[in-house]
Design a protein around this ligand. Structure first.
Ligand code: XUL
Length: 513
């Protein structure tokens, strides 16, 4: 049995698989907002941050871990788990002081994780990927390295606010004493892995590439970037590693409390997007994954590291080797939920039938689908920009928003030059056929959804199994199967309409930013 853990923005999930029977044995989840309301983070982060700050409480992640494992132990015998691997929302960071490793190694199973580790955090809150506060630090880092293009050539991304390096620099500038007291900096992924292993676990290449610190040429921390980011930073990070190589076994806290075998291995955790690439069976180039989550992401395996000339896209490590490209759209579910609430409707209004009452855009009835500041394209939007040539019904407004989201995605993914022969759709909104049909039509490619919905947790479980000698491609063939009747074909007659729509969408965008 192999356990995959995914620590995402809104929840912590676990998926347990048995490759010999090709079965998912357990699938449990803790929702931060619903299950841990005392943290006051209904969407997984503390609302009301100033100056673009979006932080979450790392103790909430620890309480979620105790709760998740107690739920899992109730339904399964965890002593048969051979390896644990995992993933975390990318870019978020956690800061510890001296003696943290000692505390990790001597946890008392009669007490909670959060009560025992709280005293060792040098920073009580963790900036996460939605944070946009470090614009100034991005400029400073780029200037020190010789410009944005040079940062991009080295790390696969220009310096970006949500990436960990600029966030660390901001912490150093604003809270020098606490920064100095910090002995170790982890990503969300390596934090949870460290807790499992009872010692500091290094950051993996896949997730580490989301920090503006990892040089993609040698997969090591870049000395110039470390220096440009903050003093003595190199000493606070362990050398990066691959998520496929186990780094230890579970600590006695987990074996005593939840019944894991003391020989159960722990792999370094990776980022949610690299794990999703594995869980979607897309680690070989040739297919594209669109993940509809809090943010929407568009990603694909790449034969070689290629960077976005406009600086919106990113290059991360592909857990199976090589690289993946990713583009993140901040107004994903954020925007769909905002329109749903504005129109006082539910998700059935986003289904095929109601949308069929309207016509597909042929360059008319366009929406720039941004309710909040967007990162692709980068602009401080406050509300959507619309251009309707008729009085819009609810259905037309929904169609226009969805078309805008996927036209924007098509426009900003062209640099990847990847053939979209098949689109694998995942994330909460993927099951909606109305949305899937818009994706198929805009990209003029068939859309498929997989049987297992939580691709990051599944990817983590497959990484755990692969680290134990199981062939990854065979695991993917067995576990990453399209769900029955999930394929949506594009309407080929709409190719011309959407090509015009793309041109008009781009014009409207240029006019508005
Ligand atoms: C990717 C990104 C998000 C987070 C949260 O760059 O910021 O996709 O990983 O899922």
């Amino acid at each position: 049995m192999y356990l995959g853990i995914d620590s995402s923005t809104q929840s912590l999930s676990a998926l347990l698989i048995d490759p010999s029977t090709v079965k998912v044995l357990a699938d449990e989840s803790v929702n931060f907002g619903k299950d841990l309301p005392d943290y006051g983070a209904p969407s997984g982060f503390t609302p009301g941050g100033m100056n673009g700050e979006v932080h979450a409480n790392p103790l909430m992640w620890l309480d979620a871990l105790d709760l998740l494992l107690s739920r899992l132990a109730e339904v399964t015998d965890l002593s048969a788990v051979k390896v644990i691997a995992g993933s975390g929302q990318q870019h978020g960071s956690v800061y510890f002081g001296a003696d943290f490793d000692e505390a990790l190694g001597s946890l008392d199973p009669l007490k909670s994780l959060s009560s025992q580790l709280a005293g060792f955090l040098t920073r009580t809150s963790s900036p996460i990927w939605m944070d946009t506060s470090s614009g100034e630090e991005c400029l400073e880092i780029a200037a020190a390295i010789g410009g944005a293009a040079e940062v991009c050539a080295r790390t696969g991304s220009v310096a970006i606010e949500r990436f960990t390096g600029p966030q660390i620099r901001r912490f150093f500038k604003q809270e020098l004493e606490l920064y100095t007291a910090t002995e170790r900096i982890a990503l969300v992924s390596s934090f949870i892995a460290s807790v499992f292993a009872g010692k500091s676990v290094p950051i993996d290449f896949g997730d580490g590439a989301g920090m503006n610190l990892l040089n993609l040429r040698n997969l090591d921390w870049d000395a110039d970037l470390l220096e440009a980011t903050a003093p003595q930073l190199g000493g606070k990070l362990l050398p990066p590693v691959s998520c496929l190589d186990a780094v230890g076994t579970v600590s006695s806290y987990f074996s005593t409390k939840y019944g894991f075998s003391s020989s159960c291995k722990v792999c370094p955790f990776t980022g949610d997007n690299p794990a999703s690439l594995v869980g979607m069976g897309a680690t070989e180039p040739g297919q594209v994954v669109i993940s509809l989550g809090t943010s929407d992401t568009f990603f694909a395996a790449m034969p070689e590291a290629k960077t976005d000339p406009k600086g919106y896209g990113h290059v991360f490590g592909n857990p199976a080797g090589g690289f993946m490209s990713l583009i993140c759209f901040r107004n994903g579910s954020l925007a769909r939920e905002a329109l749903r609430d504005e129109l006082v409707v539910d998700w059935t209004s986003f289904e095929k039938e109601p949308l069929a009452e309207t016509r597909e855009s042929a360059g008319k009835n366009l929406t720039l689908p941004f309710y909040e500041p967007e990162i692709t394209p980068r602009h401080d939007f406050e509300k959507p920009v619309t251009e309707f040539s008729e009085q819009p019904t609810h259905a037309l407004r929904i169609r226009s928003l969805l078309e805008g989201q996927f036209l924007n995605m098509k426009l900003h993914s062209a640099w990847m030059g990847v053939k979209t022969e098949r689109i694998l759709l995942t994330g909460g909104a993927a099951k909606n056929d109305g949305i899937a049909q818009v994706v198929a039509n805009v990209f003029q490619a068939p859309v498929e959804r997989l049987e297992v919905a939580n691709s990051a947790a599944l990817g983590a479980a497959l990484i755990a199994a692969a680290s134990d000698g199981n062939e990854l491609s065979g695991l993917q063939e067995n576990f990453c199967r399209p769900a029955e009747n999930s394929r949506i074909e594009p309407d080929k007659d709409l190719a011309g309409n959407y090509s015009t729509a793309l041109t008009e969408f781009e014009k409207l965008l240029k006019k508005s930013i």
